[in-house]
Design a binder for this molecule. Structure first.
Ligand SMILES: C[S@@+](CC[C@H](N)C(=O)[O-])C[C@H]1O[C@@H](n2cnc3c(N)ncnc32)[C@H](O)[C@@H]1O
Length: 333
């Protein structure tokens, strides 16, 4: 068993998408896949079973010396806590597949990077599965700055999925169409964000997207920034609406560039305040369900804030706003 792993029970949430385990080990053999299977609620669905099937470890391989392993002597960044969780990033994955799927489909090499996948490779496996629903030729490289975590993930490599030691320099010979970095910058200082974004954006293929954000342990609350080669474009808020008391509950999951700016005088604070007001005004719609209330609140919010998406995404418990409207005063990010 993976002795370094600690599994925490999450009973009683009633979210069909939740998984009741939390992996916070440093490294390990990942023999805990069977534990993962037992931890899945019966209603978790075929998608999770497919993930499990894909995650059956392969026979040990000899260490790789392919050109893609040619990482620099010292990857850019710092090893941080490896906490991850199966299905944690589903909201981000689905949004990426929806908004960036066409770009991946068009690409000659639809390469995506899961940067900082953590102590177990689940988020990389799931990213591949979800991207392939939109772009069947997509491939994913999981990049981790902790070499032990890369070695632990290698038995799970398969067609379209590989793992590599590296950092913000993204040491790949090809430029990715997507870089996703979830719950990575959270553990850095706010002052380090701009340089990390710059390094990552510089590695993108033309038309590529960097998605960087934060979520809670089981993926019910999520906020991410999407960036192109020219810098930040949008901020997306995504939640399991049934367990959301008010939109500002998402404040604790703001990405590093914004989390310290949720104070009076900063745009993101004003946005969350207005969103809470719109949510309160939409209370009568709660009798039709939290989703109808969210849609109503976002429609009202749109009068004052540059919401860039529409009802199809709002129905998913999302809303996406132009970065420029929420960017910290005096720059940042
Ligand atoms: C909290 S885990 C996040 C795991 C997964 N992305 C998730 O959201 O569940 C953060 C991981 O990012 C890795 N990391 C931190 N800085 C990095 C960098 N510059 N390049 C690659 N990985 C990095 C850490 O070593 C750690 O394993």
């Amino acid at each position: 068993m993976a002795s370094a792993a600690s599994w925490t029970s999450y009973g009683g949430h009633g979210d069909a998408e939740d998984v009741r385990g939390l992996w916070s080990g440093n490294t390990g053999t990942l023999d805990s896949i069977s534990l993962f299977a037992k931890a899945l609620p019966w209603r978790f669905g075929a998608g999770a079973l497919l993930t499990l099937a894909l995650m059956a470890p392969r026979a040990p391989r000899t260490p790789r010396t392919s050109p893609t392993s040619a990482s620099p002597a010292r990857p850019r960044g710092t090893v941080t806590r490896g906490t991850t969780n199966p299905n944690r990033l589903r909201r981000m994955d689905r949004w990426i597949a929806a908004v960036h799927g066409a770009a991946l489909r068009r690409a000659a090499d639809p390469l995506a990077v899961d940067l900082g996948y953590g102590a177990a490779p689940w988020t990389a496996v799931e990213l591949l599965l979800r991207l392939r629903t939109a772009a069947p030729r997509a491939r994913v490289v999981g990049i981790e700055i902790d070499p032990a975590r890369v070695e632990a993930a290698r038995p799970y490599e398969r067609e379209g999925l590989s793992f590599l030691h590296g950092g913000f320099e993204v040491p790949l010979p090809a430029r990715p169409v997507l870089i996703r970095a979830a719950n990575v910058l959270r553990q850095y200082d706010e002052g380090e964000v701009a340089a990390a974004w710059e390094l990552l954006c510089a590695r993108l293929a033309p038309g590529g997207l960097l998605v960087e954000g934060t979520c809670d342990e089981i993926g019910r609350r999520h906020v991410w920034v999407a960036l192109g080669a020219q810098g930040p474009r949008t901020v997306t808020f995504a939640a399991r609406l049934a367990s959301l008391e008010r939109p500002s509950d998402l404040a604790e999951r703001l990405p590093k560039a914004l989390i310290h700016r949720n104070v009076p005088g900063e745009p993101v604070h004003a946005f969350l305040r207005d969103f809470d007001r719109a949510w309160a005004a939409a209370a009568p719609y709660a009798s039709y369900g939290a989703r109808q209330r969210w849609i109503r609140a976002v429609r009202e919010l749109r009068a004052d804030w540059p919401v860039v998406d529409g009802a199809t995404r709002w129905r998913q418990g999302e809303v996406t706003v132009e970065w420029g409207a929420l960017a910290p005063r005096g720059g940042g990010g």
